[in-house]
Design a protein around this ligand. Structure first.
Ligand code: MTE
Length: 327
């Protein structure tokens, strides 16, 4: 007999835990956090569970560099999401297909962290994350963050424009796409033992998108190094696109002449495409995208075309109207 269990991405949006119930449950759990239950989670030696989920990783030596100057061009007309709310409601399938992965994500060792830049470039580059950060001008930007599951947050990211990394990489003129890849380490990321997922997590942008002023590589959040569950030490933030484009814990930037097949296209191509631009008028096959829930407050607000960033990005898609730009 074939029993079909719905996997994380197959749940209808309405079945997601309402965040008020979710956060009440978390408050209850807090009292247990320091006790024996968490002591038994099997962390590699030297990995200490942070007191608060939003605390920066203890093994991140870049902490002394923070905070960075705020870039006033990128501010927002709505309240920032509480960092604890942000840090305890995540998607990071490497650590499980539920929202409570933050504890397991602490198992990820983030130093040494080497980044490879290869493919259609003048010279392949292997560089440590700290050397890469030293070459970049770091800053803070407030961005909207909109998941395809119709929840949203507002986050102060720290990091640098992806455009500067592209310039540093010196891509050849044949390069049309930038592909980003997450680490593979099933020893610490138990989700990577789930063979039906096409690990490693991969997604990509066109070169025009990657060099758009909004495309950002985040190293931190809330004025500190980013907590591991957000994709420490390097994570993409492209705020006009659904969250699944925001590749976490990147180890490789590869330049290509062909559009890559992304992680989510391999999993469910009928629902998740390459472009994934936010649009209230284009429903997900299983739910509407007209509104979004602001995590923390639970308030529902209208979804904005390109998540409110049309002025900066709409021109990228002129002439591409026949492409599935909004899923
Ligand atoms: N990157 C990796 N490597 N693995 C993932 O599972 N999930 C994506 C994206 N990046 C994911 C990932 C999805 S579906 C979303 S909505 C965002 O990360 C969530 O980012 P957040 O947890 O920091 O809010």
């Amino acid at each position: 007999m074939l029993i079909k269990c719905p996997r994380g991405w197959e749940l209808p949006e309405s079945m997601a835990t309402p965040e008020t119930a979710y956060f009440n449950r978390r408050t209850l759990m807090k009292g247990l956090a320091a006790g024996s239950i968490l002591a038994a989670t099997g962390f590699p030696s030297g990995h200490v569970l942070a007191a608060k989920a939003s605390d920066p990783p203890a093994d991140d030596p870049s902490a002394k560099l923070y905070p960075f100057k705020k870039n006033e061009k990128y501010t927002i007309d709505r309240a920032l999401t509480d960092p604890e709310v942000n840090a305890t409601y995540n998607n990071f399938y490497e650590f499980g297909s539920h929202k409570e992965i933050w504890k397991d994500a602490q198992k990820l060792p983030i130093r040494p962290w080497m980044v490879t830049i290869d493919g259609l470039v003048e010279n392949k580059i292997e560089i440590s994350v700290d050397d890469l950060m030293a070459k970049m001008q770091l800053e803070e930007r407030l961005y909207r963050h909109r998941c395809v599951e119709a929840w949203a947050m507002t986050i102060p990211w720290s990091g640098f424009p992806l455009k500067v990394l592209v310039e540093f990489a010196k891509p050849l003129s044949a390069a049309k796409y930038l592909v980003m890849e997450t680490f593979t380490n099933a020893k610490v990321a138990s989700g990577q033992k789930q063979f039906w997922y096409p690990w490693p997590y991969v997604d990509g942008l066109t070169i025009e998108e990657a060099t758009n002023e909004l495309a950002f590589i985040a190293t931190g959040a809330y004025g500190k190094p980013m907590a591991k569950q957000h994709g420490s030490p390097l994570r993409l933030a492209v705020p006009w696109k659904y969250g699944f484009k925001h590749v976490k814990s990147i180890v490789r930037f590869s330049f290509a002449d062909k559009q890559p097949k992304t992680f989510w296209q391999t999993v469910q191509a009928s629902e998740y495409g390459f472009w994934a631009n936010v649009n209230p008028e284009v429903a997900h096959p299983r739910w509407s995208q007209k509104t979004e829930r602001l995590l923390g407050s639970g308030v529902r607000v209208p979804t904005l075309l390109y998540n409110g960033y049309a002025e900066a990005v709409a021109a990228l898609y002129l002439g591409k109207e026949k492409e599935p730009l909004f899923r």
